[in-house]
Structure formats: C-alpha cells, structure tokens
Design a binder for this molecule. Sequence first.
Ligand SMILES: C[S@@+](CC[C@H](N)C(=O)[O-])C[C@H]1O[C@@H](n2cnc3c(N)ncnc32)[C@H](O)[C@@H]1O
Length: 256
Amino acid sequence: MLLVEANRDIFQPLASGRRYAEIGVYRGAYTRGVKACQPSHMFLIDPWRPADISALVPSDYVGDPVAPLLETFTPYYPSGLERALEVAYQEVCAEFGADKNCNIMRATSAQACDKFAQGSIDVLYIDGNHRYDFALADLERWSSKVAVSGQIILNDCYVSPIGKRQHISVLEAVSTFIKLTDWRPVALVNRPFTDVVLTREANLKSASTIMKKLFLMRAASFIELPSALIHAVAHKVLRVEAPDKSFLREYLSFGE
Ligand SMILES: C[S@@+](CC[C@H](N)C(=O)[O-])C[C@H]1O[C@@H](n2cnc3c(N)ncnc32)[C@H](O)[C@@H]1O
C-alpha cells in the first residue's frame, strides 16, 4: 500500500480513456477534474435530494442523533439542504448534461446499481452516504460491476472529531470489506478526508506500478506500508496539520 503526499486529484488520471462512475456527485467538483482526464464514459449518480435523517444516523447511536448533524451541516447550507441539492443538480446538468459520453442519473446508489452489468465500470468513485452500513453496502453491491482490472476509489476514509459528528465510517467499512473479499488497498493520500484506492489482489502489483507512475508524473513523495496498517495510517494522517516532507519521518517512526 502506497501512502502519497498529494491531494485526491492525483488519482483522477486512472479514469483516462476508461469508463468512470461516481456515486455522490453534489456540484461535480471532483467530476470536473475527472472529465479533464477524458474518460471514455461518465455515469454521475446522485439523488440530489436529502436523505431521511435516519439514513444518516446509526441505529445504535447514543445521545441526540440530530443536533450534531445540524450543527455541522447548517453553516454549509444556510438556505437548506433541499434547495442546495436542487441547485447542485441544475449546475451539474448545465456543466455535463450536453456531453454525449455522460449519463446523469438522478437516483440513489441502490436504485442505480441494478442498471449496470457486471464488469461495466473501470473506475468507481464512492462518495455518497458515509454511514458504515451504507458505505459497506455500496462496496458490496458495486464491486462486481467493476471490471477485473478496475479500481474503486473511496472518499472520506478517515477518523476525526468532525467525522464522528457526521457519522462518517467509510474507513471502517473499507476495513471490513478488505477482510471479506479479495479487494486490497493499493494507495491513499495523506490528507484529511483521505481518498483510498482499492484493487483486486491479483492486480495489486500492476496497480502499484501504475500508481508509482502517477506519483512520478507529479513529483509526489510516497512511502510503502503494509496494507494491514490502513486504519492506523489514515488515523494518523490527521495528526499532520501542515503536511510537508517531514510527514515521511513521522510515518517511518510509526509504532512509537
Ligand atoms: C460529499 S457530497 C459528494 C461530493 C463530490 N463527490 C465531490 O467530491 O465534489 C455527497 C453527495 O452524496 C449524495 N448521496 C447521499 N446519499 C446517497 C446515496 N444513497 N446514493 C447516491 N448519492 C448519495 C448526496 O446527495 C451528496 O450530493
């Protein structure tokens, strides 16, 4: 597993000339960078409608389930989430809708999944509902849709106080998923809201070589770590407040 000092966009060229699907698009900020890499096709999947609050809070959550979410979200969406998502949908349609190689699917991940054949996607970006059971269900239901040589990228694979308030458990879902399947982490970025790239175990070596080429092209520093450390590494990333080259020393002394 390669830990790279870079922003998440370093993985976008993986979609170049390939079939790309994004679950959870919002205003298309990530999609824009992917499009610049010229994928052969893009599928943009998002209901652009707010989920019921019960879909965001774990059923076994102790305490007031709603207040921490509102505290986090309200400043972002002063005129309300429903309005913000509708505006985001209109923006995405205006920016990507005319592209014949782009399908905008206004649907939840679960609703859209059945429309895809096995192996019909090369790069899947998962950034929808971040609660544990939803993130794990996304991995389980979509992984067979990804071609044998394909990759899954997950956003927000991290642990932090802000993540806890939002019930973000993508990293925990990834940990479960890699224990149960032949999918393995091949690379991650050393940023808060970490992106992690998964590949099937049989392709680990070739995927690792591709990653190193991407990193070289951007002159990005990286180190290699046992993939079993994924949880600990992504947690520790957040302790590096101003990432610079010194983060390498911190990781190399991991385990103190
Ligand atoms: C963090 S935003 C996505 C940001 C975008 N990927 C980017 O990087 O710019 C999360 C989006 O996930 C969508 N979402 C929430 N639940 C979803 C679900 N079950 N299926 C698909 N999308 C979902 C929300 O509507 C929201 O637009």
